[in-house]
Design a protein around this ligand. Structure first.
Ligand code: GDP
Ligand code: MN
Length: 396
């Protein structure tokens, strides 16, 4: 589950990580109230108005602006809320901004004494260990840093049996070139950040930039936080942080009916039981010259109702030009799946794209007969390659 910057910062702060403080606002007048409150609490007179959408690079797209007085707060919040923010990480249409974070300006008094760093915490899948990745080159695209100046990216791997040790946090501060008070602050920041990552069951923290202020405080100016969905049952208080407006509507609907669906860019819809077979099916489609439109695992119970739900979900994507159903009948019998496909097809009545069904396993022969005799525009196949060839035929 991805979070907004303001939500991520709240979690960081709850574990003692110092953050750029802010208050979220839904409209321009709320933004002004928020700015006044921040001035009372922090003494800041300048504010940063930050679009809250699930995409990075907001600054580049005009979604992060500095306001030097309350009138500018009102104007900028009014401009940013409701805009379609286009950033290097969104589609060309951009993302609609529903709310802004009104934050204290922490770049005072001038550019000369401040430093921006990059820091993330994530799992190194190669070693199976968490690591802290960090760089002196903050505030810019880490991908660019990795490409052009890879020697400026450092990593610190964490042994899960002992956790992050203080000497490692000191090494981070040292590699970032810090000394004195800023060094101590960075050590504290890194220790707290790692605790927050572990305790919140996150799978990614990306703080870009981490800021050293002119008075040597270290704080998180931005926060991209991803919580591991599989651990959400342990964090009931995080569940309402989900913002469905930011998610793919078809994926949200699929989730509601318990289908494992991921939207992709291609034009061949897939309906498969089992994640492994679904992956193999996507490979097969690619090999046959097609592009999968989705990943869809219908799970164990591929009955008529389920197949119909899956059809409906797949067909919501206007790019779908053919559907490949690839089901292995182990516990579920192929003839029941075939009947399910036929019933769903008839029920829906308006399926205009060709459908290729490959059923293999228990009662596969009966299933093929059912499909072939159904009188519907459904092509049957029993072999994997045969199914792929039929997908290709549809497009040629
Ligand atoms: P992103 O563009 O989506 O990564 O959003 P960030 O939260 O990282 O903000 C983008 C940029 O806005 C930062 O890299 C800073 O240069 C700038 N910025 C953020 N906070 C402040 C602030 O308090 N004062 C000033 N002057 N600039 C800020
Ligand atoms: Mn950023």
């Amino acid at each position: 589950m991805n979070l907004h910057e303001y939500q991520g910062k709240e979690i960081l702060s709850s574990f003692g990580v110092r953050i750029q403080r802010g208050i979220v606002a839904q409209n321009a007048s709320e933004a002004v109230t928020a700015a006044k409150q921040l001035t009372n609490e922090t003494g800041t007179s300048w504010h940063v108005i930050k679009a809250q959408v699930h995409a990075g690079g907001r600054g580049k797209g005009g979604g992060v602006k500095l306001a030097k007085n309350l009138q500018e707060v009102e104007e900028l919040a009014g401009q940013i809320i409701g805009m379609n923010l286009v950033t290097p990480q969104t589609s060309a249409e951009g993302k609609k901004v529903h709310q802004v974070l009104v934050a204290e300006d922490v770049y005072y008094p001038g550019e000369s004494e401040i430093e921006e760093y990059y820091m993330s915490v994530l799992l190194n899948r190669g070693t199976g260990r968490n690591m802290i990745m960090y760089s002196t080159e903050g505030g810019m695209d880490i991908e660019t840093v990795a490409e052009e100046t890879p020697h400026l990216i450092f990593t610190e791997e964490i042994d899960p049996s002992v956790g992050l040790l203080p000497f490692q946090a000191r090494r981070v501060a040292f590699n970032l070139g810090l000394s004195g008070m800023a060094f101590k602050e960075m050590t504290k920041f890194v220790m707290a950040l790692y605790t927050a990552y572990v305790e919140s069951d996150s799978s990614l923290f990306e703080i870009n930039p981490v800021l050293k202020t002119s008075d040597n405080k270290i704080l998180a100016v931005d926060a991209k936080v991803t919580i591991d969905d599989n651990a959400l049952y342990r964090h009931k208080d995080y569940i309402n942080l989900r913002d469905l407006r930011e998610e793919n509507p078809i994926e949200v609907e699929a989730k509601e009916v318990g289908l494992n669906y991921v939207d992709l860019d291609g034009n061949v819809g897939c309906m498969v039981n089992g994640a492994g077979l679904a992956m193999a099916t996507m490979d097969l489609i690619k090999q046959a010259g097609g592009e999968p439109a989705n990943f869809l695992d219908v799970g164990g119970t591929a009955d008529a109702a389920r197949v119909e739900q899956a059809f409906k979900i797949i067909l919501k994507d206007p790019a779908v030009k053919a559907i490949l159903i690839n089901i292995f009948g182990g516990i579920v019998r192929c003839d029941r799946v075939a009947q399910g496909v036929i019933d769903a097809y008839k029920n829906m009545g308006n399926i205009e794209v060709p459908i290729i069904v490959r059923l293999q396993g228990t009662n596969a022969d009966i299933a093929k007969e059912l499909i072939d005799n159904s009188g519907l525009a459904v092509l049957s196949a029993t072999e994997f390659q045969e199914a792929a060839d039929k997908v290709q035929e549809v497009f040629s």
